[in-house]
Ligand binder design. Structure first.
Ligand SMILES: [Zn+2]
Length: 383
């Protein structure tokens, strides 16, 4: 997977510890998906009836977070935006000792219908150490019914909740968000337009028109995300290419990214996106790792790319995509502030993103005091 004689002790991203690699946000669930049992409707029903079963509700694309109120704060704290407090605040007793951290909230009732004609199928996620885990869309509920089910929890956008909960819960919540979003978008058959219905514990939808019978499966959209490096030469330190686009907070810079198009390899998508967005041609792209990104249902596929030998400092920014793109040295990255630090001249990418891991790994490799890894100019190879 990793080329160029990099040490085997860094299996995920160069410069990244094994522990950090295990904690890729939205990918760390210890979950038996039991994919071989999903088509057994009786078994799924038994799982749902299990007293240990819990349902992770999604309300209008927001996840339920329990024990949140006493735990807000920090640069990634919810801070108000996107939060939709439901019902009473956390019921943590002041006499019960320090509250546990925020966690994935489970539906507390009323019982959820499994009628999925509105795309609200009860979906089996798997079995974790606690028991069977399901996801359900409760977007149709409001008022007291919603408050009763939330049991003091808060419906929060996963972009805010993800960094607050542990890796297991973040991954379950991402799974729940992505698959309920798919159900909602797949209510009608793309072949004949008839309604569809949930099957296989919520992992397939079938067209209700018997003459059609098309089967729809949850979709994942592949997107490449890449840190482009301008290698060191005799005159300059190595630099990496980061960009600011207008969907980001002011002065925050991140790696380039884009969706893979039909008929492309991942490496070709990397080269095309970098060229389109910045005019920089790359000589090589090396896969480093991936991250589920349930906004709404992407898989971010991370690369380190190397700019072609002789690449100039000039960047041709595609203004339709980006507001700015620049080369930064590791020393310049050291002066970046945390995501959300509006006083900083530049901000790092979100802490829960693979973009941040790509940047941190590159910075660790090129930090002052680290023996520079003199990359010899490689023969130009088209990715
Ligand atoms: Zn159909």
């Amino acid at each position: 997977m990793l080329r160029g004689g990099r040490p085997r002790a860094t299996p995920y991203l160069p410069g990244m510890s094994r522990r950090a690699a295990r904690e890729v946000r939205y990918a760390g669930a210890s979950l038996d998906r039991a994919a071989d049992r999903r088509s057994d409707a009786e078994w799924i029903a038994a799982m749902a009836a299990d007293p240990r079963a819990r349902v992770l509700p999604i309300w209008r694309d927001k996840n339920l977070v329990a024990n949140l109120v006493a735990n807000l704060g920090g640069p990634d704290g919810a801070g108000g935006t996107g939060a939709a407090p439901i019902g009473a605040p956390s019921d943590a007793s002041p006499h019960a000792g320090p509250p546990a951290g925020p966690r994935a909230g489970a539906w507390a009732g009323p019982p959820l219908s499994v009628d999925d004609r509105d795309g609200r199928a009860l979906t089996f996620l798997g079995i974790d150490a606690t028991g069977p885990v399901f996801a359900a869309d409760v977007s149709h509920l409001e008022g007291t019914a919603l408050a009763a089910g939330a049991a003091g929890g808060t419906f929060l956008d996963l972009r805010h909740a993800g960094p607050l909960v542990d890796a297991h819960d973040a991954a379950l919540m991402a799974f729940a968000r992505a698959i309920t979003g798919w159900h909602r978008r797949a209510r009608y058959c793309g072949v004949c337009g008839a309604a569809t219905e949930s099957r296989q514990g919520g992992h397939m939808r079938r067209c209700r028109d018997a003459s059609c019978g098309a089967e729809l499966f949850p979709r994942t959209d592949p997107a490449v995300i890449m840190l482009v490096e301008h290698p060191a030469d005799t005159a300059r330190d190595a630099r990496c290419l980061l960009a600011h686009h207008n969907r980001l907070p002011p002065r925050s810079y991140t790696t380039l990214a884009g969706f893979v198009e039909p008929g492309e390899t991942l490496e070709q998508a990397v080269a095309r996106e970098v060229l389109e967005e910045t005019g920089v041609r790359i000589a090589q792209a090396t896969y480093l790792g991936s991250q589920p990104w349930p906004f709404p249902h992407s898989l971010m596929i991370g690369f380190r790319a190397v700019a072609e030998a002789g690449t100039s400092d000039a960047i041709t920014v595609d203004r339709a995509e980006l507001e700015d793109a620049r080369w930064f040295t590791a020393t310049e990255l050291d002066r970046f502030g945390e995501w959300g630090d509006t006083t900083a001249e530049y901000q790092l990418p979100r802490r829960d993103s693979i973009a941040r891991m790509l940047v941190e790994a590159w910075r660790a490799e090129h930090a002052e005091g680290v023996r520079p890894r003199r990359r010899r100019a490689r023969s130009s190879r088209s990715p």
